[in-house]
Ligand binder design. Structure first.
Ligand code: ADP
Ligand code: ASP
Ligand code: MG
Length: 613
């Protein structure tokens, strides 16, 4: 049976619904699976929809292509890698179109370039600027199933680019956005989004609905089920995303604006196994130091996470941060360049670490969440090397060989394997529809993946407490925050770093733990910290009675490597020194000295004026 043909001039027909269906590598791994996906798309068309399929490379093809190049050299040109990697998707779209034809239906396959997926020129991590729709619309109106190659685009010079590993999800959601699709279905080898990776923690539970912010954070912290940039598109352009199994007809998980249970302190956990830690020790504690370092790393498009800066008594600071393990060498090159200017005492790195995180929208409004995570790890004897928290996530760095165990323990500690008791909040009617006119104008007025900032704010109600010389052994963070909580103190931000980046005992090793508290709780916090320091044999306690927390909120703040840099630059130019930093996908917070708050706020407002929504 042929699909209903549409003539764009036929105004009597109601508009036909449009569905984007994306099939991941495992869902097109062999001819049978390709045929199965083809039948699903045909069925959707027969049910009265226009259908755009987005297809990934078959099975492990992308990995195989990477291995092939690695057999020739360990430094292949990025442009040629994109030329190579894009072939994986080209094979699958052609086979998918062949499959649909063999089943007696019309289909046309298109590469990213043929569609007009225009990207910037950053090979291996290109960002989508715009997508043309005229050809897609015409082919759909002629009754074709259109099969789009995921993960690829073309830059201004007609070079083929790829969007980064897992990027077909981003192609799918971006296409759904520009076509104003009625549904965007992501078919994969799991039947939805789970509380954590079910391959690592079999007791993980599938969730029915999850919010963009939580999913963005989870994806960026390692939940590989969705490419995090696809969720940026979903959030920015209000595309509801349905993640479901390609092997059944059961509904999966909806990713939408409103989560099922917005009050849950923790709704998911994630692991980034391949993380590496860099510590730059003994740099002068003055404005501009972080900028020198991070600007060079950002220039290489490496996203940095878990930034912790500790100020020592000697007027020198230690800066620690994590980068993806496969970018460690490039990041170290950048740090060594910066070192020529900043003059550090030592640079150390550890590539045997992993990051375990918990995410939850309700976390900001509840006490004891961090403490519960630290206690669970302490009871298992797992050492926490680094801590950073933001409003909706807590991340800890642990040794890689215990990371999967740490994830399981944390998942269990927050009872993520059990259905929560709180009732599911129904979706507000029309919430998913958004303001269509506003969205369309947004789509036309900017590069699709441009940075957008929603808010810049100043909180000057807090104070900081720092405990230095904290012994580097399991259980310390748990003890500290249990005692602080017992004193009735409400802790906001926590950062802890351990300067002896593994394998470099010569640098010496104790941790520095800083946290922020309400100003009117400072004296009791300092008393508690002193008692703790004494009991645990720490070096000392220092504090700052007024600090200013400056926050920039938006979408995709970590993947846009330039956001933190803009903040550092704006503050350094005004001679403002950074005391604490934390980053998440939706927010970057920096703590500066209290009296600089207003000035810092003005600096940031100017620095981000061009990207404010
Ligand atoms: P595809 O090839 O379809 O894009 P991926 O391998 O990229 O599939 O993503 C699916 C995998 O993501 C699952 O098999 C699962 O192991 C992993 N995963 C990680 N975190 C999660 C999570 N929170 N929920 C579901 N799956 C997850
Ligand atoms: N084939 C690409 C990859 O393996 C893109 C994708 O599957 O999403 O990363
Ligand atoms: Mg994927």
């Amino acid at each position: 049976m042929q699909a209903r043909r549409r003539d764009t001039t036929d105004f009597n027909l109601p508009p036909m619904p449009l569905i984007v269906q994306k099939f991941g590598g495992s869902s097109v791994a062999n001819p049978e699976k390709i045929l199965r996906a083809a039948r699903r798309a045909i069925r959707a068309q027969q049910e009265g929809n226009q259908v755009v399929m987005v297809v990934s490379a078959m099975g492990d093809t992308t990995d195989d292509l990477l291995d092939l190049a690695a057999k020739i050299t360990d430094k292949p040109p990025a442009r040629e890698m994109d030329m190579l990697l894009s072939t994986g998707e080209q094979v699958s779209v052609a086979l998918m179109a062949i499959a649909i034809h063999s089943l007696g239906h019309q289909a046309v396959s298109l590469t990213g370039a043929q569609i007009g997926v225009k990207t910037d020129g950053t090979f291996r991590k290109a960002r989508i600027r715009s997508i043309e729709t005229a050809r897609l619309r015409k082919l759909l109106d002629e009754g074709n199933i259109v099969i789009a190659a995921g993960f690829q685009g073309i830059d201004d010079h007609f070079n083929i680019t790829t969007l980064g590993r897992g990027g077909s999800d981003t192609t799918a959601v971006a296409l759904a956005a520009v076509l104003r699709a009625d549904a965007c279905e992501i078919y994969t080898d799991v039947d939805g989004v789970y509380t954590t990776d079910p391959r690592v923690v079999p007791e993980a539970r599938r969730v029915g609905r999850i919010g963009y912010d939580e999913m963005l954070e989870l994806a960026s912290l390692g939940a590989g089920v969705m490419h995090s940039r696809s969720i940026e598109f979903g959030k920015k352009f209000d595309v509801p995303i349905h993640v479901r199994s390609s092997f059944t007809d059961q509904p999966g998980t909806m990713i939408v604006a409103e989560p099922e249970r917005p009050d849950l302190p923790v709704s998911g956990a994630a692991i980034t196994k391949d993380e590496a830690l860099i510590t730059v020790q003994g740099v002068p504690d003055k404005p501009g130091t972080s900028l020198e370092i991070f600007a060079r790393i950002a220039a290489k498009n490496i996203s940095v996470d878990m930034i912790v800066q500790n100020v020592g008594e000697s007027g020198k600071a230690d800066i620690s941060f994590t980068v993806p393990q496969n970018e460690l060498a490039a990041a170290l090159d950048a740090v060594r360049d910066a070192d020529l200017i900043v003059g550090a005492e030592a640079i150390a790195s550890d590539d045997q670490v992993a990051k375990v995180s918990v995410v939850g929208l309700g976390m900001a409004r509840q006490t004891g969440v961090a403490q519960k995570m630290f206690r669970a790890l302490a009871d298992a004897g797992i050492n926490i090397q680094m801590i950073t928290t933001s409003e909706i996530k807590i991340s800890v760095l642990v040794s890689r060989d215990r990371a999967a165990e740490a994830l399981r323990i944390v998942h269990h500690a927050f009872s993520l394997d059990e259905e929560p008791h709180s009732p599911i909040r129904p979706l507000t009617p029309h919430a998913a529809a958004g303001d269509a006119a506003e969205i369309v104008s947004r789509l036309q007025s900017m590069n699709m993946e441009d940075l957008t900032i929603d808010e810049i704010s100043l909180d000057n109600t807090q104070a900081r407490v720092t405990i230095s010389g904290v012994p580097d052994k399991p259980g310390i963070a748990a003890k500290v925050f249990e005692d602080v909580a017992a004193a009735g103190v409400f802790v906001d931000m926590i950062v802890q770093s351990h300067p002896a980046a593994g394998g470099h005992p010569s640098i010496g090793g104790s941790a520095t733990l800083s946290f922020t508290v309400p100003q009117n709780q400072l004296s009791k916090s300092v008393d508690a910290a002193r008692r703790i320091a004494q009991n645990l044999g720490c070096k000392g306690v220092s504090s700052s009675p007024i600090i200013a927390k400056l926050s920039v909120s938006g979408v995709g703040l970590r993947t846009h490597t330039g956001v933190a840099i803009r903040m550092f630059k704006a503050l350094a130019e005004a001679g403002i020194n950074l005391e604490m930093i934390n980053t998440s996908e939706v927010r970057v917070n920096v703590v500066v000295e209290g009296l600089s708050g207003e000035k810092g706020l003005k600096q940031l407002q100017t620095a981000f004026a061009d990207v404010m929504r």
